[in-house]
Design a protein around this ligand. Structure first.
Ligand code: NCD
Length: 328
């Protein structure tokens, strides 16, 4: 069954994932084949319409989707900073916005929203396929696709791995989607590393418990955390999303809290040679606040995949657009 809306990492089984990775590889080769590949890709969905409706800031997800669309011949139509520049600022609900979008008959709508669950609500009233490009503290399924595509390119599998995920796990949606999605595959175990305040969500841990997946939680960095790891996935402090406690907005978490979780050359020495370091970006490099999640020297390490990982987003988003449009 073809998925109509792309809302959660949980929606993808291994067959669909590997199908998308194959198509992403194909897109990449075709694009660089020097034999008219670029032009034939651009004819694929010639002059069809992709709407990008972004309520929150985005560099990579926005631009890679926009470029993926145009490389396939789609015309991207963007509303960025939609919280301030769309009718949302006049009190329009997101579902009313979607009802209006329906009338313009786009072929696909890609949405980033500041409210958890809002993209799913828009999908409920949508007449066209919706892709969740990140919703509040919820999920980021297309980041999951590019993250697992990066992992698959390196290890040729998504199972039987120790995955260490660190940083702001309570408010970061990429970490949640990665843990949710990879918990479906045999033999994966997780290590979560953070302060108690920013530790992985109960909801995700409950899913892991239900699936019988092993995980450990650490509130400090030590060699044992990283021993035997295949993947080390790091994230930044998401201070633009204050953590809500008991219905009240808690104050912004002191970024210095995460300083002790920086990836330094010492940490790289604890990681196995075959492992890879990943990060969804952006990295907060404000050294007055913290050392940064990943310190400069680490960028040179051949296990550091972060820019390669981000580049993979273009090809996998092209593959996803093709999948959604063919199914529509
Ligand atoms: C992430 C996001 O927006 O969820 N970035 C991304 O899409 N690559 C992570 C972040 O903002 O820290």
């Amino acid at each position: 069954m073809t998925l109509r809306h792309i809302l959660s990492a949980d929606q993808f089984d291994i067959d669909l994932l590997t199908q998308l990775y194959d198509r992403a590889e194909w897109m990449r080769e075709k694009y660089y084949d020097n034999d008219g590949g670029r032009d034939s890709l651009r004819r694929k969905f010639s002059r069809r319409d992709a709407v990008l409706f972004f309520y929150e800031p985005s560099s990579r997800t926005y631009l890679s989707f926009s470029m993926a669309a145009s490389k396939l011949g789609l015309i991207p139509h963007a509303v960025i900073n939609a919280k301030d520049f769309s009718s949302a600022s006049k009190g329009e609900t997101s579902t009313d916005t979607q009802r209006v979008l329906n009338e313009y008959d786009p072929d696909v709508v890609i949405i980033r929203h500041h409210i958890t669950g809002a993209v799913a609500q828009m999908a409920e009233v949508s007449r066209v396929p919706i892709i969740n490009a990140g919703d509040g503290k919820g999920e980021h399924p297309t980041q999951y696709l590019l993250d697992t595509y990066t992992i698959y390119r390196k290890f040729k599998k998504l199972s039987g791995m120790k995955i260490v995920i660190g940083g702001d796990l309570a408010r970061g949606r990429t970490a949640k989607s990665l843990a949710r999605g990879l918990s479906k595959f045999e033999g994966n175990e997780f290590v979560f590393v953070s302060t108690p305040e920013l530790m992985m969500d109960e909801e995700v841990k409950q899913i892991l418990d239900e699936r019988g997946v092993r995980y450990q939680e650490y509130t400090d960095m030590n060699p044992g955390v990283f021993a035997d790891a295949s993947i080390v996935y790091w994230t930044r402090a998401q201070n633009e999303r204050p953590k809500e406690k008991d219905g009240e907005k808690a104050s912004v978490i002191d970024p210095a809290l995460l300083t002790k979780f920086s990836i330094t050359p010492d940490v790289m020495n604890w990681m196995p040679n075959h492992s890879i370091l990943m990060h969804p970006l952006p990295i907060d490099r404000d050294k007055s606040k913290t050392k940064g999640e990943i310190v400069e020297d680490v960028y040179q390490d051949s296990r550091c995949m972060i820019f390669n990982q981000s580049g993979n987003g273009l090809w996998i988003r092209m593959a996803l657009l093709e999948y959604v449009l063919n199914g529509a």
